[in-house]
Design a protein around this ligand. Structure first.
Ligand code: AMP
Length: 192
């Protein structure tokens, strides 16, 4: 079983690379951001609660997020493992994930893959995406820079915990899509 925590700031190509990893290694992606958006779209109680935080740009409380993740991990799947995308974001969630993977999946986190792209390239990519995506948060350079900063502040303590476990691997996220995928694949092959 392979369980990957995928890290990457907005614009790092995380979505594209997650898709390639899923296909290559037969994994299931769990994105807490996507799960919240699904719940908000469907007007569930969880969605309403999450919206009150997400609209302010704040993190949803750990317990709510972790309970939602547990429900998702418990769903039957015939994949060979998971990609956790957007979770963990705090030290508390990092510990919770370790327990979840151990107790529910009888496994462990194999690796934390972190896509590295410098800020200027991220800003350039996001502004370009904003021209066609219609996402207002991709159209304003100030907001983009704030999101990038927020990402680094939030994930620093999580990265530190995986570093201590010798599971943190940085991969250069600048270059061709396939070239970057190959580098990620090679890292996963090492821990298979
Ligand atoms: P994302 O699509 O991963 O950027 O997530 C969108 C928003 O959902 C975040 O800004 C948070 O408000 C919330 N969210 C997603 N994942 C988490 C998490 N692991 N912990 C707390 N809040 C989260």
């Amino acid at each position: 079983m392979i369980n990957i925590v995928l890290f990457g700031p907005p614009g790092s190509g995380k979505g594209t690379q997650a898709q390639n990893l899923i296909e290559k290694f037969n994994l299931k992606q769990i994105s807490t951001g996507d799960l919240f958006r699904y719940n908000m779209k469907n007007g569930t109680e969880l969605g309403k609660l999450a919206k009150s935080y997400i609209d302010k740009g704040e993190l949803v409380p750990d317990q709510v997020t972790t309970d939602m993740l547990i429900d998702e991990v418990k769903k039957p799947t015939d994949t060979s493992g998971f990609i956790f995308d957007g979770y963990p974001r705090t030290a508390n969630q990092t510990e919770a994930l370790e327990k979840i993977v151990k107790e529910i999946l009888n496994g462990e986190i194999s690796v934390c893959l972190s896509l590295i792209v410098n800020d200027e390239i991220l800003v350039e990519r996001l502004l370009k995406r904003g021209e066609t995506s219609g996402r207002t948060d991709d159209s304003n350079e100030e907001i983009i820079r704030a999101r990038i900063k927020e990402y680094y502040t939030k994930t620093a303590e999580v990265a530190e915990l995986y570093k201590q476990q010798g599971k943190y691997v940085e991969v250069n996220g600048v270059g061709g899509i396939d070239e970057i995928s190959e580098k990620l694949f090679a890292e996963v092959e090492k821990i298979k």
